[in-house]
Design a protein around this ligand. Structure first.
Ligand code: AMP
Length: 410
């Protein structure tokens, strides 16, 4: 490692989707965010870049007009950063950290990217057809821009790699499962890792000492059971379709529903895929996937919105109960992501009735709006209930920085 690389403390985090790139530039020595932004609708005429520098006092900037591909998107991002004196050619930049959705069985740690790693991420495309190709595109584009810079892949599946075989395997024919790498991988791992660690901090303990149930409730939603800092079960599976009721995804469902739809309703594989991933969950149940709108409708007496909410909460409760049983002893149940951090009625409804498990929510604490990690259980409760805002970008930057500099960041 060169002296310059040792001193460099900035990390650019890239989250590349099929038609969008989200980015953040962080300084890991200062513990500060320098810029955040998003390029959306890549490949369309109406692409848009929104860039917000967080140092220097200049405000948010927007560009619109066609951004044909990821290379053009990243070039535009580089120009915006350059305009703030934060250019990608700065010797301060230590590495680029990439979110990669599927790491399969092989990638269980943040990984320095080389050709062989890229080939393996490519081999995983059949199990993550929507995500891994976009992630690869982002990596290749960033490599072209700064071929000399370490590029690190941080995998959504990695945190769940510690699941025991009996939690990770489906009860299907082993030969078929192994031939097609069918097993439960889990997703949102970067968030579950970050939130479970921050929860231990909130309790004044080390991660090894605590057992936590993490409820990541965003538009996508997943639960995990974390024992002593290691994931032992999670609700998403081979793909992010399994588990909780989500904004547009069904979560758990009898697989026979899919045969039935094909045989009886004449739907194709793709129709069923779209139905379960895009037209189910809250949106399928009541036409809205935004919890704010659903609560507004419930307050106005809308029975369809109420039933959707009840189904959502019922599934959530089942997972809390299941993971309580998996862990045996629970120190905290923690809510995170858009719904978990903001929707007090969801937190209250999910915990109500679980008093016998030592779980309760204090109404006043639950009503507090804050961006800080906080307890919402009554004082002296047997099990803590907490809200811990997630920060996947910070976690990717932290893991990237630790890998390239050998230094930890807290
Ligand atoms: P995420 O995927 O983590 O960005 O979460 C997005 C979801 O969070 C939205 O679809 C809303 O359902 C939910 N959400 C965001 N803000 C609020 C809020 N203030 N109250 C309730 N739900 C919210």
């Amino acid at each position: 490692m060169t002296a310059a690389a040792r001193d460099a403390s900035r990390v650019l985090v890239l989250n590349s989707g099929s038609s969008s790139v989200k980015y953040q530039l962080l300084d890991m020595r200062e513990g500060s965010r320098l810029a955040v932004g998003l390029v959306e609708r890549i490949g369309e005429e109406t692409s848009r870049l929104v860039h917000t520098p967080l140092v220097g006092g200049t405000g948010q900037r927007e560009r619109s007009g066609a951004v044909p591909d990821h290379a053009a998107a990243l070039k535009a991002v580089a120009e915006e950063l350059d305009g703030d004196g934060l250019g990608l050619d700065s010797p301060e930049l230590a590495a680029i950290g990439h979110r990669v959705v599927h790491g399969g069985l092989r990638f269980t740690e943040p990984t320095l990217i080389d050709e062989e790693v890229l080939a393996e991420i490519e081999r995983l495309v059949p199990v993550a057809p929507l995500h891994n190709p976009a992630n690869l595109l982002g990596i290749r584009t960033a490599q072209a821009l700064r071929p000399d810079l370490p590029q690190v892949a941080v995998f959504d599946t990695a945190f769940h790699a510690t699941m025991p075989e009996y939690a990770a395997r489906y009860a299907i024919d082993v030969t078929t499962a192994d031939a097609h790498r069918i097993r439960r991988y889990g997703f949102h791992g970067t968030s579950h890792a970050y939130v479970s660690r921050r929860t231990a901090e909130l309790l004044g303990k080390s991660p090894e000492e605590v057992n936590v149930i993490v409820l990541h409730l965003g538009n996508g939603a997943s639960a995990s059971a974390v024992r002593g800092g290691r994931c032992v079960d999670t609700s998403m599976g081979l793909t992010p379709l399994e588990g909780l009721v989500m904004g547009t995804r069904s979560g758990d469902i009898d697989p026979a529903v899919t045969f039935h739809l094909k045989r009886v309703a004449g739907m194709s594989e793709d129709d069923v895929d779209v139905l379960l991933n895009k037209k189910s969950g809250l949106v399928g149940l009541c036409g809205d996937n935004d919890m704010r709108e659903i609560r507004r409708r419930i307050d106005a007496g809308d029975q369809q919105a109420l039933l959707a909410f009840e189904i959502y909460i019922h599934r959530l409760k089942k997972y809390i109960g299941a993971y309580y049983a998996v862990l045996g002893r629970v120190d905290a149940v923690v809510f995170t992501a858009g719904v978990g951090e903001n929707a007090a009625p969801v937190r209250e409804a999910a915990i109500t009735g679980l008093e016998e498990l030592g779980l309760a929510v204090d109404g006043d604490l639950n009503a507090v709006r804050s961006g800080e990690p906080r307890l919402i259980s009554p004082a002296h409760a047997r099990v803590a209930v907490a809200v811990v805002p997630t920060d996947e970008e910070l976690e990717i930057a932290r893991q990237t920085y630790a890998l390239v500099s050998g230094r930890e960041y807290d």
